[in-house]
Design a protein around this ligand. Sequence first.
Ligand code: FRU
Length: 493
Amino acid sequence: KKEEQLYRPNFHFTPKKGWMNDPNGLYYKDGVYNLFFQYYPDGNKWGPMHWGHATSKDLVKWEEQPIALYPDDLGYIFSGSAVVDKNNTSGFGDAKNNPVVAIYTYHNPNREKDGNIDVESQGIAYSLDNSKTWTKYSSNPVLKNPGIRDFRDPKVIWDAKRKQWAMALAAQDRAHFYTSKNLKDWTFQSEFGKDLGGHGGVWECPDLFPLKVEGSKEEKWVLIVNINLGGPNNGSAGQYFVGDFDGKTFKIDEHFTKQLQREKAVWLDWGKDNYASVSFDNVPQDKRIIIGWMSNWEYAQEVPTEFWRSSMTVAREVSLKKTKDGYVLKNVPVDQLKKYQGKPINKKISLKSENQLLAKSDINLAKAVIDLDLKKMSAGKYTFALKNTLGEEVLFGIDNKAKELFIDRSKSGKTDFGKNYATPMTKAPMNEIYVNAKMKLVIDKTSIEIFFNDGEKVLTEIFFPNENFSELTLSTDTLGSSLDFSAYQLNIK
Ligand code: FRU
């Protein structure tokens, strides 16, 4: 009980009890955001998968709902997506009452036990009452297994230009694309990625969507591909590709090709704890909003919580920026978070070479947003620390000498439960030495999400101190820099 309270986040979504992994079926309709998730209600480790369900009016405060999809004869319900079928192409609803259709993977444990390869296929289900009840399609599966062991995580989008549904599917070491007119009959179109990007592990949870390039009229398609393992700092992580989709084939852009040659893989988040990020369907104003699972397959099943396991990241809005080095899929917390921010505590600080206290009793660091604006930086190291009275700490910051951002949770409390959790420490390479740098921190009881320079680089990590962190400090080995500091209490109950 005590531990449950100690580690339960204040505002990130967690299930009341049981095991959770990937976000699934994200969609918006009639004023409500729906979040489904990989869920095993009867244990605190991965097990027979259901789709759990939560709803929110603002992407910040989530309310858990009854389980949406249960395993059946065809298997466990693995990851997938949901779409609002506005033209009733599926025929499951009518013009007035648009069906919501979920497209998910069946994983058949019996066929797996018998040593078969074709254990995964895709099924659909629909809801006519805004996800209160679901009906599985009687002719499932709609997409049979073609003889590929890992064949899962369908993400479907309405391709308005071609008036068709397009599906991205993870097929072991590549993505497959299928199209459909009715969500029931699917045609294979092409595959992508066998020799491109990160391949340290199996490809999972893809997401394909168009996005305007910031400051231009140009539109590009982004393909997110999550991989397990092989992330930039070990374990599971998300990468992305930028290019064009013509309704059949996804091709990376020339500018992105060069970036990929240089970087090998382009990462969505450099921290250890953001996996299976996918986006919502049907968000107002065409915004592209993503949520990720805030954990890592390397240790997710061992983290020190008892009654429940794992939380989601905050919802983030993505945008695409073209730079001389390539494309950056920026992500920042959704605007709605601002309405929970209290009055700012502002400080202008000139940095000395000793440890400086930035926040203590003036703000509860277990639910806060903090904006840090560093100026006149020199070629040194800027180390921020979240600390408690037990001497435990999470260190993070900018190292202009080593040209990297970092998070070090090796002394953050409970650390000895999982592989690659505490060490090696997390690093994200920088392209330049920063003279000015901004960081937005979203801090909960057991997590920090760092949005660097308006979300151009993101680092997300969890931690388990034996007492909440109550102090934020900054130390640097250089002189002459200054810091504009603004902290906001988050008033979320
Ligand atoms: C990713 C994943 C998916 C799969 C699901 C099973 O974390 O492995 O590929 O559908 O989790 O729970």
